[in-house]
Ligand binder design. Sequence first.
Ligand SMILES: C[S@@+](CC[C@H](N)C(=O)[O-])C[C@H]1O[C@@H](n2cnc3c(N)ncnc32)[C@H](O)[C@@H]1O
Length: 420
Amino acid sequence: MNSIHLKSRIVEIAKNLGISDHQLPLELSNPPVAHLAEEQCTLIKADNLTALSWLLDQNKRDIDFCYIDPPYNTGSTFVYHDKRQAKSASIWSKHHDWLAFMLPRLVATQLLLADDGVIAISIDDYEYPYLKILMDSVFGENNYIATLVVCRSKNGKGSKANVAVNHEYVLLYGKSEQSTLRGVEDQDLEKYNKEDEHGRFTIDGLFRKKGDASKREDRPNMFYPLYYSQDGKVYASKISEDLREAWPVDSKGAERRWLWGPEKAQSESWKLYASPKGVIYVKNYSAPNKRIKIRSILDKPEYLNDRASREVKSIFGERVFETPKPINLIMDLIDCCSSPEATVLDYFAGTGTTAHACHLLNKNKSANRKCILVEHNHFINKSHTANAAGFKTTADITEFRLNKLSEDDQSFNFSTQEIE
Ligand SMILES: C[S@@+](CC[C@H](N)C(=O)[O-])C[C@H]1O[C@@H](n2cnc3c(N)ncnc32)[C@H](O)[C@@H]1O
């Protein structure tokens, strides 16, 4: 797969979506001869579509996790360009140009991801619905994993009437059905408030099937009696006279079925727990480094934008960038979505938060992730604080943070590559 295939895929999807191709950059530049440096972190200073098409031509089809935080099309004046809102005659109206900008980049990402790779995209509600449709076209609806809601400020935006919006989104897609999330570390250990000879446990899942295919007639062999004692132990047979009987019957008296067949219940009945009223649950045991599914609402104080602004101030001395992401949010996303040996790509690198997050994970959690960043040499307006602080381009901002990281910690190494 190379940039020729990339072009034909871009044209095909643009045609399906009615995105006019005069907006699409179909003249992808020829790949330069240089090869990708294999450092722990590589910063490619280039337009990201050029960089992605170059990576494709290098056959770099093993990206495990791609995190991007594209311009949200707010129309605001930031250190980078964030206004693609011209009215178009297409059905996408004011969203057309932003979609035309994102489309080729997402098509290239889909081709670069490993078969079990995952992409996470930060976005707010202005482009969210359009991005969802675009992602369904590029990655396929089947590969949609979820949308996470991130609480980004306590008070929300004052600029809008009626609602002070204080959240944004992270849209998650997999490359294929092989793509899975590792989940997050289970930090709520207090919930494991019961104990038996197998360890500490909590009871949070009913052993009676709920929802689809939960009726007795759906799986007749999973309708059988269990026996329980008053101290919560469950048995598949009546081994003593004082045991009581429990059936998979719901609160309305409807006959349902258990989750397991009788053989499994016989050999693994120690994993079951009975309430005094005979409701049977599956025990959920605590284990070292246990991971649980990520919740769809992310509202830790460390994820607030204020935190990110303070981080930028402490790294750069000034508020050189208006929309950085908090390190903890990106660390948690990387940790949840990719293995400790993963290659991570961020081609809207900005202040380089993703590289910083990868480095901290490598250091603190004995991981060994590699990180590829792309940021273009976009000239910074003379009136901007970043220019006054000595930064000529946005890629200089990214590089500054990487330099600082390697000065502060010699275990961090990076290289910079410039491609035309
Ligand atoms: C929203 S910011 C990303 C902020 C980043 N997540 C952080 O924590 O600092 C988007 C970044 O993408 C860069 N960018 C926009 N268009 C680009 C392009 N075509 N090629 C490379 N970088 C681009 C902008 O200069 C900006 O730095």
